[in-house]
Design a protein around this ligand. Sequence first.
Ligand SMILES: NC(=O)c1ccc[n+]([C@@H]2O[C@H](COP(=O)([O-])OP(=O)(O)OC[C@H]3O[C@@H](n4cnc5c(N)ncnc54)[C@H](OP(=O)(O)O)[C@@H]3O)[C@@H](O)[C@H]2O)c1
Length: 334
Amino acid sequence: MKTINWGILGAARVNQRLLPAIENNPHSKLLMLASRREGAAQECINQYSKYPTEVEASQEFDEVIQHPDINAIYIPLANEEHTEVALKVIQHKKHVLIEKPMALTKDEVIQITNAAKKNEVQVMEGFMYAFHPQFDFIQQMIASGKLGKIQYAHSMFSFPIQPARYYRINRSIHDGGGAHWDIGPYAIHTLRKVMGGSVKRAFATAQMNTHQADMSASGILEFADHRRATFDISFECTRRSEFQIFGDKGCLKCHTVWQHENDEAIISYELDGSTPVVEKIPKGNHFDLEVSHFVNCILNNKESDKLSMNDAIHQAATMEAVYQSIQNSHWISV
Ligand SMILES: NC(=O)c1ccc[n+]([C@@H]2O[C@H](COP(=O)([O-])OP(=O)(O)OC[C@H]3O[C@@H](n4cnc5c(N)ncnc54)[C@H](OP(=O)(O)O)[C@@H]3O)[C@@H](O)[C@H]2O)c1
């Protein structure tokens, strides 16, 4: 079977997770990593690669984008940089795995979608959590009808931001800074996945710092039939990484969702009239599973059924509505 040769653009922290996942995939080989900061690419390779002598470091993104042997590129750049770089990668007919959020606006995701169709390449937004076996379990629980009709869900994601990451909150939410664009995508995407159907409108409020980056935000998403979901994200609270789903026959809690691969996966649920159940799901490395899924999409020349471009478009539209609501203090239609 064909090997997918990968390049990475950016010496980002998340490479700690994704770079090994690329190297763990039997159909993948990492050829090059580029960073605009002198020495940062080599440092990143030395830190995270199992085969550091086989991965070339570069300070030029174009060396990766124009590399004749590279077929797929992973983009873990700052959120506001994703679109421009992704479009360039796609124009060079390379498949691209883009970290969440794929882009800051719905229109940008539509541009990426159209470019991918035209150049016949696969594109996927990097929501690794959707590949964890615990998420399969949750989706099966919902599909089985045991919880009844899903009426409400709540997601919470927070951790105190470390000083080394202050550059994420030293630019305004308008420019891609703050919790909304950083951890908001997970909290909102998960609600969209478990509620089913599309978000009709959104309302949110946020606590801004002096740079106008949101440190904490809470919001409501309204789905069809007036079903609601709420989220709470924060760079100021202790670590929380969980969500709960409430149907008309039962409820379920996922205790650690946007987690490290070695965290215990625990789901607890309670169906009306029966005793509460605590289910331990076998550990799974969702980064490995995410890369494996995307590689299969490339090899089989088919769009991801788990994270489609339509899903990415609606996700961006929802993120944009929440952002506008934070700015305007009104409900915003999606
Ligand atoms: N799926 C996940 O679990 C997960 C987790 C965290 C983040 N993310 C997403 O992945 C993307 C990257 O996030 P991240 O937190 O890993 O990024 P990060 O470390 O903040 O790096 C983002 C980009 O900024 C540059 N950079 C890195 N360190 C820097 C520094 N000290 N000073 C100036 N520039 C620096 C790098 O580009 P150069 O090397 O070219 O300078 C890098 O690609 C974001 O879209 C984020 O939302 C995903």
